[in-house]
Design a protein around this ligand. Structure first.
Ligand SMILES: NC(=O)c1ccc[n+]([C@@H]2O[C@H](COP(=O)([O-])OP(=O)(O)OC[C@H]3O[C@@H](n4cnc5c(N)ncnc54)[C@H](OP(=O)(O)O)[C@@H]3O)[C@@H](O)[C@H]2O)c1
Length: 283
């Protein structure tokens, strides 16, 4: 299994969950590739490799995240079998998807991607699934063995819930955290019923949620297989991997605390695509 080899090199034992009908066993902590675009290539490579050492096997990136995919490509090239690559590619048109896929393969220095996340908005959905849309490019790549699984991603979990009814997608990546928890209502129950794997992005509200262990356990408790956490330092990787090695149900007291904390945070932050953005008091 991807990841097991890596985890033996670390002192902790990462937990894994099956990502719905993909059948892939993903680490409960996934690596979110946005923040590494902000650090040097050498630092990023060290961070990604430390994540692998500690058993993190799911790496989310996109050719649109600056040089994130290039850095991940360099970090994993001699340990490719330990990784499940999860790559977001825009899906509105054939041309854009083809270009995105080619860039991703090149940046990641690989000839295959385990999961491509079809990125589409509600307004683009019909076009993306049509004759000239990007989904056809992904389906062809899947037939050719370049892509193993196709998932869908957008910031609106209710739209994603409708999208999975088409049967094209085996997994989803959606914003989900204890403050922005819309996905709990409709999407997650439906996904679990259909065998569609759920990965949570923005699990820390883009860094505003600092009670990390509780925030991640909240996600795992509500049916997500993995929380894709943005990380750019060894310290963050070690802390998050350690939390992922002891998944714990929240106590009733913790649940009450998170609910009240969420209410307090909503007075200081506004929600944008699942991220918590400070409300500018001068505005
Ligand atoms: N549509 C899509 O498919 C889509 C869209 C957006 C994002 N994503 C993916 O989802 C990932 C996660 O989202 P995100 O990075 O925006 O937000 P996030 O995971 O909620 O928050 C990331 C931030 O949390 C902080 N952090 C991480 N570990 C920490 C720890 N142990 N202690 C304290 N702070 C910690 C870091 O802040 P500092 O950097 O300040 O240290 C980091 O930048 C992205 O990286 C990306 O891969 C996917």
């Amino acid at each position: 299994m991807a990841g097991v080899k890596g985890s033996q090199k670390g002192v902790i034992k990462m937990e894994y969950r099956v990502l719905g009908k993909t059948g892939l066993k993903v680490s409960v902590v996934g690596f979110g590739g946005i923040p590494i675009a902000k650090v040097s290539e050498d630092e990023a490579v060290e961070v990604v490799r430390r994540a692998m050492d500690l058993g993190i096997n799911l790496f989310h990136t996109s050719p649109t995240y600056g040089d994130s995919a290039t850095k991940i490509g360099r970090a994993i090239r001699d340990r490719r079998e330990e990784c499940i690559l999860n790559v977001k590619i825009f899906g509105v048109s054939r041309e854009r998807t083809q270009k995105g896929l080619e860039s991703a393969l090149k940046m990641l220095q690989t000839d295959r991607i385990e999961i491509v996340q079809f990125r589409i908005t509600p307004e683009q959905f019909e076009q993306g699934l049509g004759k000239e849309g990007g989904l056809n490019v992904l389906l062809k790549a899947q037939e050719e063995g370049i892509i193993e699984h196709i998932g869908i991603t957008d910031h609106d979990p209710n739209f994603v819930a409708e999208a999975i009814k088409t049967g094209y997608f085996s997994n989803v990546v959606v914003p989900f955290n204890y403050v922005y928890n819309e996905a709990r209502e409709k999407l997650i129950p439906l996904a679990l019923e259909l065998g569609v794997g759920v990965a949570a992005m923005k699990p820390l509200g883009r860094g505003a949620l600092t009670n990390v262990a509780e925030a991640l356990n909240y996600i795992w408790e509500h049916g997500a297989s993995t929380a894709i956490v943005g990380m750019k330092s060894i310290r963050e990787v070690e802390e998050n991997a350690s939390i992922g090695s002891k998944v714990q149900p929240l106590t009733p007291k913790q649940k009450r605390r998170l609910k009240s904390l969420a209410e307090t945070l909503l007075r200081k932050y506004k929600i944008k695509s699942g991220a918590l953005i400070p409300i500018d008091e001068r505005a």
